[in-house]
Design a protein around this ligand. Structure first.
Ligand code: SF4
Length: 471
């Protein structure tokens, strides 16, 4: 799932050091999590976060390679940072500039050549070494560390800080799996993040217990291919994601569990049974299908057909009847005909999604898709994308409209748009606003949905238990 460019939150200035760091996250939730863990690691070296790049002794761009022209955007941001750094130098200060994330992994030394203001480059698997890299950069060595090391990055990171966890709110991400072995022909992840690896169950349980003790009530497990999880369990065997979720559901007072992003091929029996058995596992699943055409799915190397996918949706809905789905779609993949595209629309109609992320195909350097002939014209892609989005938005509107008059559990996680309002998320990740006291932030309450706005649902607190009302 792609999120907007996100800036890490300003944290309470409780640390003892005097140096400041500004971290800008691009791309997915895994990058947001990585940025938080970088901040945790840097706090051990005396850094506190600041919300303005211009005020920072250290600026880290935690980059994403998924979007088109990702590297170019990073270079133009680096140009702005060079100006800010020069300004600080004029007034007697300084600024170190670091590039992290997937663009760092993909471009490596090239970044130093094109942007000499950069002091260090660090890939997604080695950011636990940041304090050492920063020290080396001060000696003007400009380190580039894009290894896939054998040491366990997560074991080398400190536990999440309690005060930072509190500031980040009642929902937290925990990366449990990284990398991907699927090699879809449009995707750079297997090249930038490497082969699939999974954290141990013990390490994940310890992190979730700490987050729960600090007030977190919702945990979203993250992985590029999260349901391929195969971490070492306490019994020495390889555990599946379903087994891991069963273990995490026993940690109180966590009340909500989610996971993303999944591949249809890796939805095994234990995971489907977890949806049946665990009330804490939310009835919402992002399950990308990309296309409804078997021919295009084959060229994409997705390793499943549209019928396989629809059968899977049926099995999950049988296990958990109120299950709602979202998906990613790519339109205009090389060779996609009008007939292929119509098959995608038919699949969307068959599933009925509550949200969808759709993109025009654009070649990613180094992927097989970029070398394929038969690229689809931009105007054709644009027309198909508009049709697909109109269909998906209609389904989303219908689903939201259908919530009116029902009661749902909402986890309140922030102040609302207006004074006196608070906001949160439904089990299906819909934004919900109610008039209520801020002391309810961090708790779950039943809300009767009364209206649908442009960006969120509106409701009133209810005494009625949510499950009865959503029958
Ligand atoms: S499953 Fe495919 S799209 Fe997802 S990360 Fe792996 S290669 Fe990329």
């Amino acid at each position: 799932m792609i999120s907007d460019e996100t800036q890490t939150k300003k944290l309470p200035q409780g640390d003892t050091g005097t140096k400041t760091v500004f971290i800008k996250s691009y791309g997915c939730q895994m990058n947001v999590y990585d940025s938080q863990r970088m901040a945790d690691k840097l706090s051990t070296a005396g850094y506190v976060e600041t919300s303005e790049a211009e005020d920072a002794d250290l600026v880290i761009l935690n980059t994403c390679h998924i979007r088109e022209k990702a590297a170019e955007k990073v270079y133009s941001e680096l140009g702005r940072l060079r100006v800010a750094r020069d300004e600080r130098r004029r007034t007697g200060g300084d600024m170190q500039i670091a590039v992290a994330g997937c663009v760092a992994q993909a471009e490596g030394e090239e970044i130093l050549r094109r942007a000499p203001a950069v002091d260090l480059v660090v890939g997604p698997q080695t950011y636990h070494r940041l304090p050492d890299l920063i020290a080396r950069a001060r000696q003007r060595t400009k380190p580039v560390d894009t290894e896939f090391p054998v040491e366990d990055k997560f074991a080398a990171l400190p536990a999440p800080r309690r005060e930072a966890t509190l500031a980040r709110g009642p929902s937290a991400f925990v990366t449990v799996q990284e990398g991907c072995d699927k090699f879809c022909t449009f995707c750079v992840v297997p090249y930038t993040r490497g082969a699939e690896t999974s954290r141990s169950v013990a390490g994940i349980v310890a992190e979730v217990e700490r987050l729960a003790a600090a007030g977190v009530r919702e945990i979203s497990l993250l992985g590029q291919n999260v349901n391929a999880y195969h971490g070492e369990g306490p019994d020495g065997r390889s555990w599946t994601l379903g087994m891991l979720l069963n273990r995490l559901a026993r940690i109180e007072p966590v009340v909500r569990l989610r996971y993303t992003t999944s591949h249809p091929r890796d939805m095994d029996d234990s995971l489907i049974e977890a949806h049946r058995d665990l009330p804490a596992l939310m009835p919402f699943l992002h399950l990308p299908v990309q296309s409804g055409s078997d021919r295009i799915l084959d060229v994409m190397n997705r390793k499943h057909t549209s019928a396989d996918y629809l059968r899977l949706i049926d099995r999950i809905r049988t296990a958990r009847p109120d299950m709602a789905f979202s998906s990613d779609f790519i339109v205009g993949f090389p060779g996609e005909t009008e007939e292929d595209f119509e098959a995608t629309l038919r699949l969307i109609e068959a599933v009925s999604y509550v949200s969808a992320y759709s993109f025009k195909y654009s070649p990613r350097p180094g992927t097989p898709g970029a070398r394929m002939g038969d690229q689809v014209e931009e105007s054709v892609k644009a027309r198909r994308l508009a049709r697909l989005q109109a269909l998906a938005e209609g389904q989303q509107r219908d689903f939201n409209q259908d919530r009116i008059g029902r009661t749902m559990d909402v986890l309140f996680d922030r102040k609302g748009k207006r004074p006196g309002q608070i906001a949160g998320r439904s089990p299906f990740l819909q934004a919900v606003q109610v008039e209520a006291d801020e002391t309810r932030i961090g708790t779950v309450a039943s809300v009767e949905i009364t209206a649908m706005g442009a960006w969120s649902l509106h409701g009133v607190l209810s005494d009625m238990p949510a499950r009865e009302a959503v029958a």
